[in-house]
Design a protein. Sequence first.
Length: 320
Amino acid sequence: MLSFAQTQEKPMPTTLKKFQAEFTINADIDTCWKAWTTNEVLSTWIGSAKVGNKIGDNYSLTCAIPYISGRHEILDIKPNKLLKLKFFIEGWESELTVEFKTKEKKTLIKIALNVDTKDAPKSILPLNDLRQFYLIGGSWTHAIKRLRCLLEDGSVGVEMPFRYNNGHNIKLIVDIKATPEKIWTTLTDAKVMQKLDPEFFTEDTVIEPKVGGAYSYGWYPQGTPEKDLEDGPNKVLKIEKNKLLVHDWYGGNETAKITWKLETKENGITRVTFSHSPILGHTVENVWSYRSGWSGYLYIMKWYAERDELEPSWWKMIGR
């Protein structure tokens, strides 16, 4: 089957931007379809929903995930096969297509978002700066990870407590059915970290699990002066094996602290609580990028610790 990128009949206008990805979820196609077309299930993984079931009906979403809320409109709908929407990104019209196909007793979901950004308002940053358009794709990838976790594990996974999340702080919580020892390797074993996310953790990642030890993702040469660090971690501030890791994070107007706390719960559950604070001197878009990115790694940690799964075996970008 040709990918979306390969089926274009003519060159796209330079103002047309697109996000295309496919996700394989271990649930039957009927369950996945209902997750996109039933208010109750939609409200669990994406936000408050009020959606119709025929062409011309509203498909209204209200959620904390950027660029997804709006009173959208159903353009085409074929049960268990296709959902096409006139989709509004902060009021600007685009087209969202979601396709469903059975794949080895699982469901393959393909998402394509196309938007012509000509004359788009300057206030909608991702529509005016191609480097920022990834934020929209990041929002959808975040949402689909919540959906996958709901359908395969019975809950949406990573929680973002509203009272602790704002423009200056991030707090995330996830319960993982695995030992603290295994989860600890995703924070302190450079080889494991590189396997889980090789784009984020480079081959030059250095982790020295001791107070004052190096904690670097290899984004800068070893020995780079702290004044020249614009983004990323540098050293361990506090550590208690299998329980607590605190390291610094450069970027913004003030050096922040990243805290990973592991707590043993009942039934073989380890609760991981993450915080990034303070986040100063960043745009709203940058803060969401951090929140989405850290949430994404918590899902990676969860599925590796529970299933020995390596990212991104279950999803991929198309045309990347």
